[in-house]
Design a protein around this ligand. Sequence first.
Ligand code: 13P
Length: 291
Amino acid sequence: MSIVNALEITREAAKGGYAVGAFNITSINQMEGVVEAAVEKKAPLIIQVSVAPSKFLKPEVIVAVYHTLASQAPIPICLHLDHCTEVDYCKHLDDVGYTNLMIDASKQVFEENIRQTKEVVDYCHAHSDASVEGELGTVSGVEDQVRVSEDEAALCNPEQAVLFVEQTGVDIFAPGIGTAHGVYKTKNPKVDFDRMAKINHMLNADRINTPLVVHGGTGLSDEYVKRLLEAGGAKFNVSTELKYTLIDTTYNYISEKRDEYNPGKVDIAVRDAIRKVVGRWIDVLGSAGKA
Ligand code: 13P
């Protein structure tokens, strides 16, 4: 139905008390599985691509497929560049046609994070309808080019969050609240729900100005997700689970049918598995039927 930026659909989500699922893909086949799931569930969708898969799949190819799939799908879909640490690459992918750009300068000192984020915001707002996501505090673990050790992980200071949003003009905001990229080592990771709720209150109490993003979805229990939605999470990122689904499904299929040599069937098995995983997330996030 429509090509949208992330602000439009996450603002609706924040008002409605649900979150838009943002799913990282590393192949076109995965991308199709993600879109099929969202169409089936009538859910708004964010397709996420990190820097490395953007480069090896080629951004122009991704955008062409995005336009084709979005034009056939009766739901709003955003294409997001995830965790990009290079200002110029954010600008380039804005030009190519991604509709949400995440500049991740969260490892920089506060002032430099503001400077880089504002540069991307100013560029995108002047050149396109794309929205921009910024991060303050850091998310531990590894997501593509960004690697943060547990010792380095920093929680977001709520007062600084307000300054950051005001001074950068960023559209959607990812505060460090203790979630992590990758697989959690414990069933009960230390997530600071109160900090998230406080930041949401300070930014969005009167009206939804800057919807909040939750990173590190893989492995969080449904109970944690529910609490994060209540605390204001309006975009919810899931990456590792989709990578595992692709690799495990491929491995299992080939192990069972070693002599088949039919690549299309492997792709179909992967796409079906991705569709199921994404469909379950959409149900948990409460976005089914919201498109
Ligand atoms: P996971 O890999 O833990 O699901 O985190 C995804 C994410 O936050 C991508 O930005």
